[in-house]
Each structure stands twice: as structure tokens, then as C-alpha cells.
Design a protein around this ligand. Structure first.
Ligand code: ADP
Ligand code: MG
Length: 251
């Protein structure tokens, strides 16, 4: 009889896809009997094991889908290398409050100061809090929008890009945009305005955005929407990429 019950339990765990409970069950039953664990404690332990494992797996999947070019966290960022960075702002960003408030974040600074690193670190955190998050390089984004427009699929492309709670657009301004590209990017930003959070990194100050878009009117319309609810984090310092080379030269 006991064997039948055990077999049915295993079958039910398989059917219900509670594979993590299934994995620990045998060992756990032995200790539970020895330690006279209560039914409540046993159920709690088994459900908690399942939830933690499922959460971890889901996070790995969401992180894979997010499309980060590399994975970096705040812990891996050496803040002492950028003494000018506003730590109060960083601590505030780390609370994820900006996502709840549907605010944007713009990281500005020269190459190598860690804009992409910090944008990805924010993305890793928002994923941990289960906010759908997607990373895309600005140039690739505009290419994809152009392609979708050409193939008459712009609407569904924009819908998908608007569905992410957090969209990271990296390296805006590294390459200038043509009028069509600027228009498409503007459509995306307008649609996300006040609905979701967009994180942008750029090496160009706002005064230069007219040049990026080849059009001052589109640039200011875009900035108008982006900056309405926005945290702007300037990182003005030396390139981390060059730090070892600088050391070598000054040796
Ligand atoms: P940016 O986007 O501003 O050009 P990146 O984020 O690509 O810079 O940084 C370049 C490389 O240097 C990355 O590998 C990044 O992890 C690393 N990096 C930059 N700044 C720091 C820092 N302060 N501490 C640790 N690593 C850093
Ligand atoms: Mg970068």
C-alpha cells in the first residue's frame, strides 16, 4: 500500500512538473522521519525548494532572452575608479524605484566609463525583480525598425518593443541616424512614454542630439518625452578600458 502511495506521489509530481520536489523527496522523507518533522514543516520545505529552483530557472531564461552582450553587476563595478559619480543617485537606482515610477534613465559619458556596464547591471536587477527587460544596441534597433517598416511589420515590432517593462537602448549617438531612422526611434520613444521605463546610454550630451538625429525638431521632441520623467546620470571620468595602458605609459 505504502509503495503504491509513493508511486502515485512520484507520478503526480511528474504530472504537475514539480521536479525539484521529486528530486529531493527520497532523502527528505528519510530525514523527516528521523527528525519527526511536522507535516506543516515538511510541506513548507518541499514547496519552498520547488519555488526557489523554479525562480532560479526562470531568471536564467529571462536573462538569456534579455540579450545582454555581457553580464555585469553593480558589485563588479569599481566605483572608486569613478570618484565623480553621484553615489546617492546610484543607490537610488539600485532600489528599482524608477521602474515602479515608470521613469527613464539616461547614462551620459565618454567611452569606457562603464555606461553599458551600469545599464546591464540595472537590467540584471530589474530581471531579478521579475520586470521583463530587453537590451538592444541603438544601431541594431534602428536597423530592425527600418527592416520591419520595409516589410510592413512595423506595428507588431513596435508593439513587442513596447511590451518590455524595461528597454535598454545602448550607444545612442555613436552613429548618426538618417531621417527615417530618427522618425522610427521617435515613434518607439513616444509609445513607451509614461508607460514603461527606457534606459539609454549615450556618449553625446543633449545639446548634440540634434546632430545625431540630423534634425533639431525630432531631437527636442524626443528629449521632451524622455526627460519628462527621467534620471540623468553623468559619468565624467577616465576610460576603464585604458586604465592599465595609462599605468604602463606612466611607469
Ligand atoms: P562604456 O559603455 O561607457 O563605453 P563599458 O560599460 O563598455 O563602457 O565598459 C568597458 C569595460 O570596462 C567593460 O568590460 C566594463 O565592465 C569595464 N568597466 C568600466 N568601468 C568600470 C569600473 N568602474 N569598474 C569595473 N569595470 C569597469
Ligand atoms: Mg557602451
Amino acid at each position: 500500500m505504502q509503495e503504491l502511495i509513493y508511486q502515485r506521489l512520484i507520478d503526480n509530481l511528474t504530472e504537475l512538473k514539480l521536479n525539484n520536489i521529486k528530486q529531493v523527496l527520497n532523502k527528505y522523507l528519510e530525514t523527516a522521519v528521523k527528525e519527526k518533522t511536522s507535516l506543516l514543516e515538511a510541506l513548507d520545505f518541499l514547496m519552498e525548494t520547488e519555488r526557489i529552483e523554479q525562480d532560479e530557472k526562470a531568471l536564467i531564461m529571462r536573462t538569456n532572452v534579455a540579450g545582454f552582450p555581457f553580464r555585469k553587476t553593480f558589485e563588479q563595478y569599481d566605483f572608486s575608479f569613478q570618484p565623480n559619480i553621484d553615489m546617492q543617485m546610484i543607490n537610488d537606482l539600485r532600489t528599482i524605484r524608477f521602474v515602479h515610477n515608470r521613469e527613464n534613465v539616461i547614462l551620459l559619458g565618454p567611452p569606457g566609463v562603464g555606461k553599458t556596464h551600469i545599464a546591464i547591471a540595472m537590467g540584471m536587477d530589474t530581471l531579478r525583480y521579475k520586470f521583463s527587460t530587453y537590451y538592444i544596441n541603438c544601431h541594431q534597433l534602428v536597423n530592425q525598425l527600418n527592416k520591419a517598416h520595409f516589410e510592413n511589420k512595423l506595428e507588431s515590432k513596435l508593439k513587442r518593443l513596447c511590451s518590455y517593462r524595461v528597454l535598454i537602448i545602448d550607444e545612442l549617438g555613436y552613429l548618426p541616424l538618417d531621417k527615417q531612422g530618427a522618425n522610427l526611434l521617435f515613434q518607439l520613444v513616444s509609445r513607451r512614454y509614461e508607460k514603461n521605463t527606457t534606459i539609454i546610454t549615450s556618449n553625446k550630451g543633449f545639446a548634440e542630439w540634434g546632430e545625431i538625429f540630423g534634425d533639431n525638431i525630432i531631437a527636442s521632441a524626443m528629449l521632451d518625452r524622455l526627460l519628462h520623467h527621467c534620471i540623468v546620470l553623468p559619468i565624467n571620468g577616465n576610460s576603464y578600458r585604458l586604465k592599465d595602458r595609462v599605468k604602463e605609459v606612466t611607469k
